[in-house]
Design a protein around this ligand. Structure first.
Ligand code: PHE
Length: 476
């Protein structure tokens, strides 16, 4: 059934808690378990972590509330929702452009997100096969990958990257699963996936954190993560913390506008936004407390960078009791988090196709999921046959980056901040205050704080991320 452009979407969450669970599922992803510990490690821990928490609550939270508000008030895809709020606020409908930028960003992000999730899937396979062998050998609680040297374990990632067919297979399976869920719709697909996967995710996260605390060095990990050495908080680190806060909360890609448009009742958007921000940040911190005790106990480098999770941890699991089992569960955990995020990414352009172009859900999800799959192929070929390709080589900040990192960098450094900046300006200066107050349901005091943050602090801080991201020279 084709829907006329701008028509209110007929789909919706079955309850408020279903929305919260799906939104937490969208926020909690590779950003929390892979990127946050990586960045915290690279930037020296404590000071970065505390600054990050400040960013989440002073900048991220008001933006989360703004996006949910637009969706709730608009009741259709991101572009249509912004247009509707703009009309009701007697401002220009041109503001809806940031819904379009968001949908395009989400489409680009899901293309490489699926490739990275494919690496996770590969490790689920490797660790799963190893666990199976351990069980067959009657020793299910042994360490992981027992026969392999540290070099061999760490070399697995290079072998994977050199193998385009393997990368392609994993990408295909992951994107296929994402597409399948999104094609089934809001309550039958996205909500169902979140209600099954998110509880499983939390059980695994808490279980593995307790395991890490028992067998690893939780004291040293907590000291690393929470003892600030402010001299390590460089402008570059602050910039990364701000950018990571946007990415982790899924801001700037209109994801929460889209999910917010499926909310039917009018109740406490403020507390909903707070729940999402608290949950997302808790998971990031718990991931740090899960990963660093294990990494530090084995004497590995917490600043290993993006390979921390894929190269350092599998080796750490070799030396740990029960490592084969925990290692397998660890990669399952990341995979689960990645699925609930990738469906939210694909949902943004899909909803746009339905709302603005009048496509059916299956058609729209197939077109955007298929398109993202193709772009993802270019990303994974960038690790082998197209290793020399530098798509934006003319642009100094991307001169050295391969295909995947270029799309990641362009969306993260340009599109997300632009989306977030326009959201903040629109809500802070253009949206009708009465509509905003009534729809968000904030008390007068909270509303005043919210208005200050969204009108002044957010635009300023996000503009700084944008400028320093594009012109790293200004940081000296
Ligand atoms: N927040 C997700 C993560 O942390 C990534 C994401 C970004 C998902 C934007 C949806 C929209 O992994």
């Amino acid at each position: 059934m084709a829907v006329a452009p701008g028509t209110t979407s007929k789909e919706g969450w079955s309850s408020r808690s279903a929305f919260i669970l799906a939104a937490i599922g969208a926020a909690v992803g590779l950003g929390n378990i892979w990127r946050f510990p990586t960045l915290a490690g690279e930037n020296g821990g404590g000071a970065f972590v505390l600054f990050y928490i400040g960013c989440v609550f002073l900048l991220g939270l008001p933006l989360v509330l703004s996006e949910i508000f637009i969706g709730r008030a608009g009741q259709t895809d991101a572009v249509g929702s912004i247009r509707k709020v703009a009309r009701e606020s007697r401002s220009s409908e041109k503001w809806s452009i940031f819904g379009g930028i968001g949908a395009l960003a989400a489409f680009l992000i899901v293309s490489f997100y699926s490739v990275v999730a494919g690496w996770v899937l590969y490790y689920v396979g490797v660790m799963g096969a190893d666990l199976l062998q351990a069980i067959v050998a009657g020793d299910p609680f042994r360490g992981a990958l027992m026969g392999e040297s540290q070099e061999a374990i760490q070399g697995r990632m290079g072998d994977l990257f050199a193998n385009p067919m393997l990368l392609l297979g994993m990408h295909l399976v992951f994107m296929g699963a994402t597409l399948f869920i999104v094609a089934r719709g809001v309550s039958g697909g996205i909500e169902k996936a979140a209600t099954i996967l998110m509880p499983a995710f939390f059980v695994l996260l808490i279980g593995i954190t307790i395991y890490g605390a028992v067998v690893g060095d939780i004291g040293e990990a907590a000291a690393f993560l929470f003892t600030p050495d402010w001299s390590l908080l460089t402008p570059q680190a602050m910039n990364e913390a701000l950018g990571q806060a946007l990415f982790s909360l899924s801001l700037g890609v209109a994801g929460l506008i889209t999910y917010g448009s499926y909310i039917r009742e009018n109740s406490g958007l403020g507390s909903t936004a707070l729940t999402i921000a608290v949950a997302d940040t808790s998971v990031a911190l718990l991931s740090g407390l899960m990963i660093f005790p294990i990494v530090l106990a084995v004497g590995l480098d917490p600043a290993a960078g993006p390979t921390l999770v894929f190269q350092s941890l599998p080796f750490a699991f070799q030396t740990m009791p029960g490592g084969a089992l925990i290692g397998f569960l660890f990669f399952v955990l990341i995979l689960v988090a990645a699925v609930t995020s990738s469906i939210s990414l694909l949902e943004v352009p899909t909803a746009w196709g339905i709302g603005e172009l009048g496509w059916k859900r299956t058609t729209s999800s197939l077109i955007f999921g298929g398109g993202a799959f193709l772009i993802g192929i270019a990303c994974l070929l960038g690790y082998n046959v197209w290793a020399d390709v530098r798509p934006l080589s003319f642009w100094s900040i991307f001169a050295e980056t391969d295909i995947l990192d270029t799309i990641d960098g362009f969306t993260g450094k340009v599109m997300l901040p632009v989306g977030a900046l326009l959201t903040a300006l629109f809500i802070g200066w253009k949206a009708d205050k009465n509509l905003l107050k009534v729809t968000t349901g904030l008390s007068s005091g909270s509303f005043a704080i919210f208005r200050f943050l969204i009108a002044w602090l957010c635009p300023l801080a996000v503009a700084i991320i944008l400028v320093t991201g594009l012109f790293p020279g200004v940081l000296g």
